[in-house]
Design a binder for this molecule. Structure first.
Ligand SMILES: O=C(O)c1ccccc1N[C@@H]1O[C@H](COP(=O)(O)O)[C@@H](O)[C@H]1O
Length: 214
């Protein structure tokens, strides 16, 4: 297994969950956001996660969630972390972590250097930051659109919180992304799909192999 942790996100079928586990993913992501082509209900997450070995993390991706929504997800009992991918403040993120007792990841939408500096406000409030490309104003999704940002913005930046890189990653560009950013964790969704929401087992394997070679 690579020293760089891999999260395969937007999984919705047992075969692609199995492919991600076999390929060495450290984390599996399940998107719970109705507008997403990757949306899965809490009960589906529970069923998909049931055969996953305990050393593989199961992360629910949510966008500005209500407490009721989070309670439903947490009650399914399959999750090891919550990924907040909306406009959640540091205070809201900390409150979610305290209330639901799960590690919280916070996606930071990046377009310019200031966006990375703004992530400092989450220190102590969350367990991991995920630097992702900012999607255009009015876009249907705040992530999962295969968009990348200027990775050089992360060069030489000291991030106090454990962090990861996402946004437009694929087997073709992951070596460069890791070289430029030094990311300890990489997160991919669109880059291992044959169409929006349709994961491809061969692309999952190719992505993990490319990371392992770094
Ligand atoms: O994947 C989605 O549909 C999604 C919906 C809402 C919020 C986040 C979403 N995906 C996350 O976006 C990043 C980057 O995805 P991509 O590789 O650029 O397609 C990834 O972390 C997903 O978790």
């Amino acid at each position: 297994m690579s020293r760089i942790a891999i999260k395969i996100c937007g999984l919705s079928t047992p075969d692609t969950v199995g492919a991600a586990v076999r390929a060495g993913a450290a984390y599996l992501g399940f998107v719970h956001f109705a507008k997403s082509p990757r949306h899965v209900e809490a009960e589906q997450i529970r069923a998909l996660a049931a055969p996953v070995p305990p050393h593989v993390g199961r992360v629910a991706v949510v966008v500005d969630p209500t407490d009721d929504m989070l309670a439903q997800l947490a009650a399914a009992g399959a999750l090891t972390a919550l990924q907040l991918h909306g406009k959640e403040s540091p205070e809201r993120a900390a409150a979610i972590r305290a209330r639901f007792g799960l590690p919280v990841w916070k996606a930071i939408a990046v377009k310019a250097r200031g966006d990375i500096a703004a992530a400092d406000a989450y220190a102590g409030a969350v367990d991991r930051l995920l630097f992702d490309a900012k999607t255009p104003d009015g876009a249907a999704l705040p992530g999962g659109m295969g968009l990348r940002f200027d990775w050089t913005l992360l060069r030489g930046v000291a991030v106090a919180t454990p962090w990861g890189l996402s946004g437009g990653l694929s087997a073709d560009n992951i070596a460069e992304a890791i070289r430029v950013t030094g990311a300890p964790l990489v997160d991919v969704s669109s880059g291992v799909e044959s169409a929006p929401g349709v994961k491809d087992v061969d692309k999952i394997a190719a992505f993990c192999k490319a990371v392992a070679a770094c």
